[in-house]
Design a protein around this ligand. Sequence first.
Ligand code: GLN
Length: 187
Amino acid sequence: MKIGILALQGAFAEHGRMLEKLGIQHFQIRRREDLLQGHDGIIIPGGESTVMAKLLRELRLLGPIKEEIENGMPVFGTCAGLILLASRIRNEEAYGFGTMDIAARRNAYGRQLGSFQAYADFGGGGKIEMTFIRAPYIEEAGTEVEVLAVVDGNIVAARQGNQLVTAFHPELTENLAVHRYFCNMAS
Ligand code: GLN
């Protein structure tokens, strides 16, 4: 199994570190040609979703990756990655892949809570540490969407078929549960 990590901006290196701990091969996606490498899944990291969307367009990566997702390629978006996968963004026009039937609210926790930790259940597998950094949450989820984690009444992890999203950053903790979950989706 081999996972491509979108490496235009943001916390991509940390995802590589998690996959290494799981013994999973990975490579960085920086240009269109990188997609020619066979891969079983794609990770869209956290960072700044507006910047990432702009780079995705400039590098002509948005269309090809969107097409892969629509054709069933497993994808895991964290934080900004969640925003890019959402079909709706509260108070804004969606500007990413828009493949997942969710409405995301950006910077949803206010300035004073720009960054915080929480412990909550992930997918019925037990509580894990969740690190939020100017994070979004999911305000609405379509009928095909399975809710995997809720913090303070807000959806912070969900799955729709081949698409997994978390509002938090599992790659910034030592807990491998979410990456392991995604690798199971991709295998
Ligand atoms: N606030 C960022 C955005 O709107 C996301 C933050 C993150 O990925 N840690 O894109």
